[in-house]
Design a protein around this ligand. Structure first.
Ligand code: B4P
Length: 182
């Protein structure tokens, strides 16, 4: 089973949900930039306050902040890792490439979860996090299409991309991911 992974997909595709299941089953570290940023927000730090404003508008937090958080964490991991929600643009993807070369841990596979806008908007509205309001969801989707979706092509050219249908029950999506990474 592969243990150096990246999950890509639009907001609400189920990246976090599937990443949690995968990491607990296979004993690897789950590195979610969304969760790490939300921890920073809860800590009430100045950085957290800045991040909160940006996240609640549906925009991307600065590459510099996200990269420093990821680098700090990734350097400490030994057994394997799953990056959830990172990278989100080409700059972050290039920085990740350099970082993985430095620690000599090449990426083994990328999962992209595809889902219709109709499903994801319904899911996020039902969840109701601070950034799950319709206007903000549409902004997050727009940014995903402009900045994150081009990474699908990048990893597909490297021959490590697996596309999974996210319009299904959580356990069905999980079985497809396990099959793809087995
Ligand atoms: P994230 O925390 O990454 O959140 P997300 O993309 O909205 O959610 P995800 O796809 O993980 O969906 P989930 O499993 O939770 O990003 C939030 C914000 O943080 C960004 O907008 C940005 O501002 C900032 N950020 C994060 N990373 C960044 C980076 N690298 N650079 C800059 N900024 C960054 O699922 C959603 C809901 O659907 C849940 O309620 C779940 O229970 C439900 N669900 C999941 N799968 C389902 C299924 N199969 N069927 C039914 N419901 C399902």
């Amino acid at each position: 089973m592969k243990k150096k992974l990246l999950f890509l997909g639009p907001p609400g595709a189920g990246k976090g949900t599937q990443a949690t299941l995968y990491c607990s089953k296979f004993g690897i570290d789950h590195l979610s930039t969304g969760d790490l940023l939300r921890d920073e927000v809860s800590s009430g730090s100045v950085l957290g306050q800045k991040a909160s404003e940006i996240m609640n508008k549906g925009e991307l937090v600065s590459d510099e902040l996200v990269l420093s958080i990821v680098e700090r964490r990734l350097l400490k991991i030994e057994k394997g890792w799953l990056l959830d929600g990172f990278p989100r643009n080409i700059t972050q993807a290039n920085s990740l490439k350099k970082l993985l070369e430095k620690i000599d841990q090449p990426l083994e596979a990328v999962i992209t979860i595809k889902i219709s806008d109709e499903y994801l908007i319904k899911r996020l509205l039902a969840r109701g996090r601070d950034d799950d309001i319709e206007q903000v969801i549409l902004k997050r989707l727009e940014i995903y299409r402009k900045k994150t979706a081009p990474l699908i092509d990048l990893y597909s050219k490297q021959g490590i991309l697996h596309e999974i249908n996210g319009n299904a029950d959580i356990d069905v999506v999980f079985s497809c991911i396990e099959k793809a990474l087995g």
